[in-house]
Write a protein that binds this ligand. Structure first.
Ligand code: HEC
Length: 140
């Protein structure tokens, strides 16, 4: 059973290693763009609009099962080896975002700026909570 699972995983990775990195980058950019749109309202740089509910829903979608974007050995430009050596911690960091994202959606749906600000900050903390231990600094 274990061997069969491993074989399937290996085939999937070798056949689509580039796709894995593309999906990962697209998801991260999707998270960033939607969080930025909502954050602009929280910072008073943009007016609240119900359209932001769409941004929050997209963020919830992107936040699901981030760890799946990091199969064993799928090294990216800024992945740290700790992702795979501390997989349980990495999954925990992913789950923190999965909890914070729906809370942000609820805050955006409420239209309450203070709540949106707090929930935006909470989501941002989960991004940093994973990037700090598991994302390597930019190469100069
Ligand atoms: C569970 C871990 C984890 C969480 C949670 C996470 N990220 Fe990331 N993110 C990473 C890692 C690791 C990389 C580097 C990936 C690579 O180099 O292949 C990355 C890369 C990125 C990138 C660069 C994408 C590119 O290749 O251009 C952006 C932007 C980004 N993250 C935004 C966010 C935002 C915004 C959030 C929160 C809403 C978030 N991330 C949450 C782990 C995470």
């Amino acid at each position: 059973m274990g061997i069969a699972t491993l074989a399937v995983g290996t085939i999937a990775l070798s056949a689509s290693a580039a796709t894995v990195l593309e999906n990962r980058a697209a998801t991260m950019k999707g998270l960033g763009a939607n969080l930025k749109a909502i954050g602009a309202v929280a910072k008073g740089k943009a007016e609240y609009s119900p359209a932001l509910i769409g941004n929050a829903k997209a963020l919830v979608q992107y936040s699901k099962n981030i760890e799946v974007l990091f199969p064993q050995g799928s090294k990216g430009k800024r992945t740290k080896p700790e992702i795979w050596s501390d997989w349980a911690g990495f999954v925990k960091a992913s789950e923190a975002l999965e909890v914070a994202a729906p809370a942000l959606l609820a805050a955006v749906e409420s239209g309450d700026k203070a709540k949106i600000g707090a929930a935006t900050g909470a989501v941002g903390k989960t991004c940093g909570g994973c990037h700090k231990p598991y994302r390597a600094p930019k190469k100069k």
